[in-house]
Design a protein around this ligand. Structure first.
Ligand code: ATP
Ligand code: LTN
Length: 327
């Protein structure tokens, strides 16, 4: 059985983009693959975090995975920082990654522009991500389009490592959703809807109330043509709303276009809001149940035991190949 692995940083509250571009793919594939989904909390500290909020978000992330349909019987669910092999392997991979390739990462360029004091970890973060993936021999990594370059780096590192030290890592491939690979900010539909943005008006959080969701969607920036059709260049706002509707309704974009072509923007927005509200309220109900008991704690305990065993084997094999460890 092929293995699938992904994770969503607890760097902010999860958004509609996290659901459509991230979690939902893992849910869709969990029947067919040996699925791993984790909380990359070490990635979150590449930018400043409030410790209390961060700890809370870790639990919330897991409860949201479950509420969005991740089945603990079909997935290995775990927390990155508890498994020390991730950072150990990351160091070894850092020593096998060139400055040139690490410097090409566009997300670093974007994120470092927004910060005054940029942490070294923000620069090396894609290598930790490669360790997350290669440690478990993942075949596929479901991600939104913004993470494709990072998975490709993991691929390049694996290929080089295999060439230098004989085959040791499975070479991973990104899995990008056909619809919804990039959900845009509702206030600026040329930018990704990103959970760590400080201005929250254009972001739908999975735990937003019905009233807030409706307000944000009704206020989404569109254009003045008042004709519903998909054109990402000319009509980024309307195209984003059509994408959201298509992703949540499982209808094709052209079917959604056809359905709403005679409607005005106000009605389209209302229908998108109805669908988002019904999807998210159902998730929120389940979320409350998972937050209440000890489910999350128990799942993470079990996940740590299982992943420690797998990771240790891979890590020991790597040490052996590269000539480290006791003689
Ligand atoms: P940050 O703002 O902290 O960089 P983010 O909002 O980009 O976070 P991540 O945790 O980095 O979210 O992403 C988790 C997964 O969800 C990744 O696979 C990412 O590609 C996907 N994803 C996040 N935002 C979107 C979006 N707006 N559209 C589609 N996919 C997304
Ligand atoms: N970098 C990713 C989160 C992440 C990840 C991973 C995703 C860390 N390690 C391994 C897939 C596989 C992000 O910011 N979305």
């Amino acid at each position: 059985m092929k293995r699938l692995l992904t994770g969503l940083q607890p760097s902010g509250e999860l958004t509609l983009g996290s659901l459509i571009g991230g979690i939902r793919q893992s849910v869709a594939f969990q029947e067919e693959y040996d699925s791993f989904i984790f909380v990359p909390d070490l990635h979150a500290i590449t930018v400043p975090q409030d410790p209390t909020l961060l700890r809370e978000r870790i639990k919330k992330n897991v409860a949201l995975y479950l509420a969005c349909g991740i089945d603990p019987a079909k997935n290995t669910i775990y927390l990155q920082s508890q498994n020390l092999y991730h950072t150990n392997l990351s160091w070894i991979l850092e020593c096998n990654t060139y400055m040139g390739e690490a410097s090409r990462m566009t997300q670093f360029k974007d994120k470092s522009k927004k910060q005054q004091n940029v942490a070294v970890g923000l620069f090396t973060y894609p290598i930790l991500m490669a360790a997350d993936i290669l440690l478990y021999d993942a075949d596929f990594v479901p991600v939104g389009i913004d993470q494709k370059q990072h998975v490709e780096l993991a691929r390049d590192i694996a290929i080089r490592f295999n060439h230098k030290y004989e085959d040791i890592f499975t070479v991973p491939a990104p899995l990008i959703p056909e619809i919804g690979a990039k959900i845009m900010n509702l206030q600026d539909p040329t930018r990704k809807m990103s959970k760590s943005d400080t201005d929250t008006k254009g972001i739908i959080f999975l735990l937003d109330s019905e009233e807030v969701i409706r307000k944000k969607i009704m206020a989404a920036v569109t254009d003045s043509e008042n004709k519903v059709y998909y054109d990402i260049e000319k009509k980024p706002g309307i195209s984003n709303l059509l994408t959201i509707y298509s992703a949540l309704s499982h209808m094709k974009i052209n079917e959604v276009e056809e359905k709403y072509k005679e409607y005005n923007y106000g009605t389209l927005k209302k229908e998108v809001a109805d669908l988002v509200v019904s999807t998210l309220l159902a998730i929120q109900k389940k979320y409350q149940e998972f937050m209440a008991g000890k489910v999350v704690e128990n799942i993470l305990k079990e996940g740590l035991l299982k992943t420690n065993k797998i990771a240790k084997e891979k890590y020991d094999a790597v040490l052996e190949k590269i000539g480290l460890g006791r003689v």
